[in-house]
Design a protein. Structure first.
Length: 576
């Protein structure tokens, strides 16, 4: 009555093709998925290669590859058994020299490695503090230090001391407990925003120094890139002369860093190279006003145009320029890029600026500001943790607890100096810089040997050796023996002087120039004698301590040896 089932043999013949068909379908789907994954992988490589070639060009890409292979080969060479042992021996000698130089030993040096059993009396403490204050050091009071101490006048030290004493226990994290510190901090930010022509929407925070200000600006740009454009592999483009804090930010926040050359003779960032390196992952462009090595202000208007065109944030690092930059024109000096709208928030592409109030703002050390065009940009640097069992937590910068005393000292400094005081200081500092610059260009001994790097317009003047028989590093070491603390540069080799108020005191700059003339004359005589004796002509053969460090650092493709020396130096700082 019903239809009979098919024989078993026929059933299997009908069923096998169905199973085989399913298997073929599965294999086909797997193949399609595999092909899609491979295509995406290939697309990723092609995309990265395209942007790399666009950024560096064919010749530049070959140079990058060559440098990478050269560095790799040198690293392998340094790790060969015989070479590695010799390098280790030399490093140990260098580390011992660092320790001997920095850690005092011998009679009269007492080391305190544990708490005293009984509290010290006030007399004991004062005696030890006075002893520590008289330790051998560079005499910054005589204007013999480049940078480092920017004011140092006793009247301001007294004002800062009194302000900090009143708020020595204050902590801005507890704004309700210390309302005065909150008020002073907000006013410091507002006054600095005004100096840099921020719009009404401008916002900012104080920080512990220029490095933290730069870190916050980079973090804000990274977070903005993720929140608004979902960028997961952020990149930023900086001048090769930009501060090392940008390298630190790239390391901390996992941002790929592109360095753009600042070619001689201008030593300004190459705008064309910046444009070529911009890609969909770019979250930040950077310019310096001025840069640390040479005191050169980058082409901020051109960078601003790029930032606006590509809708990318632009940070201006004015940590070193500080209050000098906004006061230049009022002090009677040309202000960089004034004819093209200036260097600050007047440029529409500028979204953030870092300013060190503890440099030419003359505040106590540990003070800086990071400024933003609007509050949303500032919000991107905030940290908020609503789930913590200790309560809802939020902080505006890296630090949690912060010293309210430093904020009070900063506010008191700014109020006691005022706009007139900063303009007067700018006039003194830039005039002194011009005196040094003109001496190098015009003095018969100096102009034959030294050469100004670029066209410095602010407070820094940098120079190198125009004579191949004389090392600029030997000049730096000879100046050190005369108790001058100047700053050595590399790429290219050079020395810079960051003029501060102590250096503007009567007679200080004259002593600097006289010592520099004497040192150059001595080095010229040594060079003549060395060449007569059949010695090396090339300045790279110099033997001074600065030459040993910077000469070696500049010649090595692999910087691991230099890094070990720096690590040894940092370790020595904490050797009691």
């Amino acid at each position: 009555m019903g239809s009979s089932p098919l024989p078993v043999s026929l059933q299997s013949k009908f069923q096998r093709p169905r199973a085989a068909s399913r298997l073929r379908d599965l294999r086909g789907n797997v193949n399609i998925l595999r092909n899609i994954i491979f295509a995406l992988f290939l697309l990723r490589i092609v995309r990265k290669s395209f942007w790399f070639l666009r950024g560096h060009g064919i010749f530049g890409s070959v140079v990058v590859l060559y440098r990478h292979l050269h560095k790799t080969a040198y690293t392998v060479f340094l790790n060969l058994p015989g070479v590695k042992s010799q390098v280790s021996k030399q490093l140990e000698v260098a580390k011992k020299e660092i320790e001997d130089k920095l850690v005092p030993t011998g009679p009269g040096v007492t080391r305190y490695l544990q708490l005293p059993k009984e509290p010290w009396t006030r007399d004991q403490l004062n005696a030890e503090l006075e002893s520590l204050a008289t330790m051998k050091r560079t005499r910054w009071e005589e204007g013999k230090v480049s940078g480092a101490v920017y004011h140092g006048e006793q009247f301001l030290l007294d004002i800062q001391s009194d302000a900090m004493k009143l708020f020595s226990v204050a902590n801005p994290i507890h704004a309700d407990v210390f309302p005065a510190v909150r008020k002073m901090e907000a006013e410091v930010v507002a006054m600095v925003l005004s100096l840099f022509n921020a719009p009404a929407s401008g916002a900012g925070t104080t920080t512990s120094g220029g490095t933290e200000s730069i870190l916050m600006a980079c973090l804000s740009a990274r977070q903005k890139g993720y929140a608004e454009r979902r960028i997961r592999e952020p990149e930023m483009i900086i001048p090769s002369t930009a501060h090392a804090a940008f390298h630190k930010a790239a390391s901390y926040f996992k941002i790929k860093l592109h360095l753009v050359d600042c070619p001689a003779p201008e030593y300004m960032v190459d705008i064309k190279r910046v444009r070529r390196l911009i890609n969909p992952n770019t979250v930040l462009l950077v310019g310096s006003a001025p840069n640390y090595p040479h005191g050169i202000v980058d082409n901020i208007p051109a960078l601003s145009k790029l930032a606006v065109s590509y809708k990318i944030p632009l940070h201006v690092d004015c940590c070193l320029g500080s209050f000098i930059m906004p006061c230049l024109s009022k002090a009677g000096f040309p202000s960089p890029w004034a004819d093209e709208g200036g260097f600050d928030f007047r440029q529409p592409g500028v979204t953030s600026i870092s300013v060190d109030t503890h440099k030419y703002g003359f505040a106590p050390k540990g003070n800086s500001c990071v400024l933003y065009r609007n509050r949303q940009l500032r919000e991107y640097q905030y940290f908020v943790c609503p789930e913590w069992s200790g309560g809802v937590y939020g902080s505006p910068t890296i630090a949690g607890s912060r010293p309210g005393a430093l904020i009070a000292g900063c506010w008191a400094s700014m109020m006691s100096i005022g706009e007139k005081g900063y303009v007067d200081a700018t006039h003194k500092i830039v005039s002194t810089k011009l005196t040094i610059e003109n001496a190098i260009k015009e003095h018969p001994v100096l102009k034959e040997t030294l050469r100004i790097l670029g066209r410095p317009m602010v407070s820094v003047v940098a120079f190198d050796s125009a004579d191949p028989t004389i090392s600029i590093y030997d000049i730096a070491d000879a100046m050190s023996r005369r108790q001058w603390h100047l700053n050595s540069l590399q790429d290219p080799p050079g020395v810079h002087v960051a003029v501060t108020l102590p250096m503007t005191r009567p007679g200080s700059v004259d002593v600097l120039i006289d010592d520099l003339v004497a040192v150059v004359a001595e080095e010229k005589e040594k060079a003549v004698e060395r060449i007569k004796a059949g010695g090396p002509i090339d300045q790279a053969k110099a033997k001074g301590s600065s030459a040993q460090l910077y000469g070696v650092a500049g010649s090595l493709p692999d910087k691991s040896i230099v890094k070990e020396l720096v690590v040894a130096y940092l370790d020595t700082l904490y050797k009691a």
